[in-house]
Design a protein around this ligand. Structure first.
Ligand code: SIN
Length: 522
């Protein structure tokens, strides 16, 4: 039997956007359930963000920031959303993160907050905490959330599906009403049960999709869960073809998914190919190594093809006046442990899937096309990023929209009628339950990852995308059948979400014949 819970608000995901919305909503008087599929609340994409967050800078203006965001986004951005972040975003870093939450950003030698540089920025405007900005922000937000009255935490809880009146109710009259989200079926990994969480407002803050690709900077949990669960209830998804590949992930036999922050190039590090040639001038004569990410990633990809190599190098010798060990301690240590001394040696790097510029379509208040459902952070598509995201805008977008939605939802809370709640059935477990075979699940996931990497990756063409669709269709049938018969586990829930989100990405990529930003089609 499912346990039944009632909350004013469900927040699914515990990165910067989820925590900001939960804190704000709770301080606005709501009873909030904060759901994380991880055992450790801190385990999310935000934690691994190295570079930083755009904030106020003396040499900056909203117009300049707007221009940089639009240039990186290749003109595909939603202008109103860009205006909003350029005007309201930077100040929020001070008001919310520094003054309220207590994040301590790195200082320069004069005692002012240090501002670093990344690709496609025209001024130094990025606040950072050495090279572990995300970790510091996440830790501060988690400790603040733990002290906030009104937030109840549910870790190791994995959302299976959102509940709507029209799809889930056993009352036939509900199908004639408009669809509205009223909660979620959530698998509790500890009790092995599936519980029902009722709430008239649900916020999806589940992060990105990097784990659908063979090579990624994202943690393993980035399986596109929010996109899939929203899509299954008919929510509009936007810009799903725009997957950003980060140019520089460490290439090393024993180290997986480790980002080499763009701020190294911001401080002067330079890319060179296997033959020692500095190649970026050839591809972007003006911006060179600080060209937008999509251009740098494609340039690296081409150079790897030309030289027949699996990686290129990042030469750190040009980083003037920088003590790498002090400024980039996380990267220094990781590389040192892998046998590379970055103060003397070049770093082998490759591009990898990094950020989902598309997502669940939302308005300027984070509301989706389905009443009661909101999306924020990487899972959402506000239109700020257009066809390609400007570095260090993602933490800011998560913060801004987390705050806006946390402020907006109190006005949207309604009472779910008891009769409607009673008409929602308990979770039905299959009988008999098929035992979970990890080899089958791992192989299916690997199939999805290689399909996405090879056919829907940095350089796409229509033939590859057709093949990807066929392969994903076949996998979808098999996975859906298995999901219906198998004992429920986190792996199966994620696999089901992965194959659906991958299919959404490939369909959007096939439908868009125009190369723009990070969707490049031959
Ligand atoms: C980086 O540090 O290079 C990543 C920053 C970002 O993706 O915004």
């Amino acid at each position: 039997m499912s346990k039944r819970f009632d909350f004013d608000l469900l927040v699914i995901g515990s990165g910067i956007s989820g925590l900001t919305s939960a804190i704000t909503a709770a301080e606005n008087g709501l009873r909030v359930a904060l759901i994380s599929k991880e055992h450790d609340l801190q385990e999310c994409n935000t934690y691994y963000a190295q570079g930083g967050i755009i904030a106020r800078s003396h040499e900056d203006t909203p117009d300049l920031l707007k221009e940089d965001i639009l240039t990186a986004g290749d003109g595909m951005n939603y202008i109103e959303a860009v205006n909003l972040i350029a005007e309201a975003g930077p100040g929020l870093v001070e008001d919310f993160l520094i003054n309220k939450i207590g994040v301590r950003f790195s200082l320069d030698e004069t005692g002012e907050i240090d501002r670093t540089m990344e690709a496609a920025h025209s001024v130094r405007r990025i606040f950072h905490v050495k090279d572990t900005t995300g970790e510091s922000i996440e830790k501060s937000l988690v400790s603040y959330a733990l002290k906030t009255k009104g937030i109840e935490l549910f870790t190791s809880h994995i959302v299976i599906d959102l509940i709507t009146n029209t799809h889930n109710s056993l009352d036939s009259q509900q199908r004639y009403k408009w669809t509205k989200v009223i909660g979620a079926y959530i698998y509790n990994e500890q009790s092995n049960n599936v519980d029902i969480f009722f709430s008239s407002c649900v916020i999806i803050a589940t992060g990105g999709v990097g784990n659908l690709f063979l090579h990624t900077s994202n943690p393993r949990g980035a399986t596109g869960d929010g996109i899939a669960m929203a899509y299954r209830i008919g929510t509009e998804i936007n810009n799903a073809e725009y997957i950003q590949f980060h140019p520089t992930i460490l290439f090393h036999r024993d180290v997986d998914r480790f980002l080499i922050s763009e701020s190294l190039r911001g401080e002067g590090a330079t890319l060179k190919n296997k033959s020692g040639e500095y190649f970026m001038e050839k591809y972007s004569p003006e911006l060179k190594d600080l060209a937008p990410r999509d251009e740098v990633s494609r340039a690296i990809f081409r150079e790897m093809e030309i030289t027949g190599s699996h990686f290129v190098f990042l030469d750190t010798r040009f980083m003037k006046d920088i003590d790498v060990k002090e400024r980039f301690p996380g990267i220094y240590k990781k590389c040192w442990d892998a046998g590379i001394d970055i103060s003397r040696e070049s770093i082998p790097v490759v591009p990898a899937a990094h950020y989902f510029c598309g997502g669940i379509k939302v308005n300027l208040h984070g509301a989706t096309s389905i009443p009661g459902l909101y999306a924020i952070g990487e899972a959402s598509c506000t239109g700020i990023h257009g066809a390609n995201r400007l570095a260090s805008t993602s933490l800011l977008e998560g913060l801004l929209f987390g705050k806006r939605v946390g402020d907006a939802v109190p006005r949207q809370i309604t009472k779910i009628p008891e009769t409607l709640k009673k008409s929602i059935p308990d979770w039905i477990f299959p009988e008999p339950e098929e035992e979970f075979d990890p080899i089958l699940i791992n192989q299916d996931l690997l199939n999805i990852q290689t399909t996405m990497w090879n056919y829907a990756g940095i350089i796409r063409n229509r033939k590859r995308l057709v093949r990807a669709l066929a392969d994903l269709n076949y996998l979808s049938h098999r996975i859906e059948k298995f999901y219906k018969q198998a004992k429920i586990t986190r792996n199966i829930i994620e696999l089901r979400n992965s194959v659906l989100t991958a299919t959404i990405i490939v369909r959007a990529s096939y439908a868009n014949k125009i190369s723009r930003g990070c969707h490049f089609i031959e």
